[in-house]
Design a binder for this molecule. Structure first.
Ligand code: DQA
Length: 146
């Protein structure tokens, strides 16, 4: 499975800790990898601050990854390109947010990604990734790839 982290998430730990917590991206990836090993799935993680790099990573996931976990960061609220890439590759995707985007500024209430994702997990801090991984695995088990 592919885990994509969007812009500014490389600064987790330093960035607005009251909103995003003190856990760093390296720590999130490490504990997600541990969970994945227990759940017998393999993860590849990538963080990028560039929309096109995230689009490329989604394209490159074709025939390689069975599912995508994505925290698109601010691109959640702006990126038709990331949404179109997810539709194009048709890989089951779960959208992740550390913060609850619906209790924050109004511009964060709309997601371009949510309508093309299986579902969205928002507001559980670093646990959102773990919950998303569980949900994606359960989804894939119940709807096997044809
Ligand atoms: C975020 C929420 C977004 O609104 C914000 O731009 C981020 C992080 C989250 O994980 O809570 O960069 O995706």
């Amino acid at each position: 499975m592919l885990v994509l982290h969007g812009p500014n998430l490389n600064l987790l730990g330093l960035r607005e800790p009251a909103v995003y917590g003190k856990t760093t991206l390296a720590q999130i990836n490490e504990s997600l990898n541990l969970s994945a090993t227990k759940l017998q799935v393999k993860l590849t993680s990538l963080q990028s601050n560039h929309e096109g790099s995230l689009v490329d990573a989604i394209h490159n996931a074709r025939d390689v990854h069975t599912g995508i976990l994505i925290n698109p960061g601010a691109y959640t609220h702006t990126s038709v390109a990331i949404r179109d890439a997810l539709v194009a590759v048709m890989i089951p995707t779960v959208e992740i947010h550390l913060s609850n985007i619906y209790t924050r500024e109004e511009f964060r209430h709309h997601s371009y990604i949510a309508p093309v994702a299986i579902g969205q997990i928002s507001g559980f801090g670093a646990d959102s990734y773990y919950l998303g991984l569980q949900a994606l695995i359960n989804y894939l088990k119940s709807s096997p790839v044809e």
